[in-house]
Every structure is written in C-alpha cells, then in structure tokens.
Design a protein around this ligand. Structure first.
Ligand code: AMP
Length: 174
C-alpha cells in the first residue's frame, strides 16, 4: 500500500453537494480493508511519541477516521459536532463557510488543561473547520499537538490557516 494506491481509492464526485464543488469521496478507501488499516497507521505513527491524550474527530466523516487513531494511540475520542447535536453543556465556535457562517461545538468536559490533542478529519479544504476546532481545544485549556487528514486540497491553502501547528496529510491535490 502507498499513497498512489490510496489516491485511486478516493473518488471524485463533480457538482456535489452543489454545482462547482468536486467532492472527495473516501468511501471506497474505507471499504478497502488494507487501505483503511494502512491510512489509520500512517496518521497515527508520527504522533506515537507525542503522549496524545485525546483525539478529536470532526463531524461526520472525521469520526470514522479519528476513532481508530485514538485506539492506536491509547487516547480517548472526543467528537466535535455541528450546532445543536451534542446533548450536554458545550463550548461553541463560529466559523466562516463559503456561504454564511457555521458553528461547531464540543462538550465542556471533552478537553481540559493537561490534554494533548490530535485533531483528525477526512479532508482539509479551506481549513476553516479545522481552525475553529483548534480554537475550541485551546479555549478549554488543551494543547493541540497536531492535525491529521487523509486528504488535503492544497490548492485551497487551508494549511496556512492553521498557524504553526503540525499538519499531516496522506494525499495532496495541489
Ligand atoms: P474546510 O473548508 O476545510 O473547513 O472543510 C469543511 C469540511 O467539509 C471538512 O470537514 C471537510 O471534510 C469537508 N469538505 C470540504 N470540501 C470537501 C471536498 N471537496 N470533498 C469532501 N469533503 C470536503
């Protein structure tokens, strides 16, 4: 398994969810036992020595990528969700979307002082979602040790919005 093979398992779906967007569909990658296992290993390995205590998954495909990474690293899993989905007390962060604003939430006891946090999502696009997630972690007193994505849409420049944080991606579309 290598990144070339991984790329073959990421399907381009033009004009989804709206005209002009090429959606990077990772379901063929997830359905391939070897590729999914390999991708989870590649995302986890660089952070093995980082004493990660929590892995955050961003709704919804980020959950799928983050949960096995958390198990690999011996860390807890914490979901970051869109507004109104989490049942308990939340910390919220507004962020800009292409059209209008979005709002992400995390449970207030999901992250705390002393936590070392790895943030995981399937795709890094403009970086707005990931940036809002780093802000949530830091507001709750946690330290972001890095961010990891299966796919980076490098031409959108999302990485530059993530400050000095370590950013790991497996497949880049420049
Ligand atoms: P971002 O623009 O980086 O804030 O991305 C917003 C969210 O939408 C992330 O959770 C990505 O997983 C997802 N996303 C954005 N663009 C795409 C795309 N072209 N294909 C698949 N997922 C995307």
């Amino acid at each position: 398994m290598d990144t070339g093979r991984l790329k073959e398992l990421i399907r381009d779906v033009p004009d989804f969810p709206r005209p002009g967007v090429v959606f990077k569909d990772i379901t063929p990658l997830l359905a391939d036992a070897e590729a999914f296992h390999w991708a989870v290993g590649e995302v986890s390995s660089p952070f093995r020595g980082a004493s990660v205590t929590k892995v955050i998954g961003i709704e919804a495909r980020g959950f799928i990528a983050a949960a096995p990474v958390a198990c690999r690293l011996g860390a807890g899993f914490v979901p970051v969700r869109k507004a109104g989905k989490l049942p308990w007390h939340v910390e919220a962060q507004e962020y800009e979307l292409e059209y209008g604003d979005g709002r992400l939430e995390v449970h207030r006891d999901g992250v705390g002082p002393g936590d070392k946090v790895l943030i995981v999502d399937d795709v890094l696009a403009t970086g707005g979602t990931a940036r809002a997630t780093t802000q949530l972690v830091e507001r709750l007193g946690g330290a972001v040790v890095g961010l990891a994505f299966f796919v980076e849409l490098g031409f959108l420049g999302g990485r530059s919005r993530l400050g000095g944080h370590q950013v790991l991606t497996l497949v880049d579309y420049e």
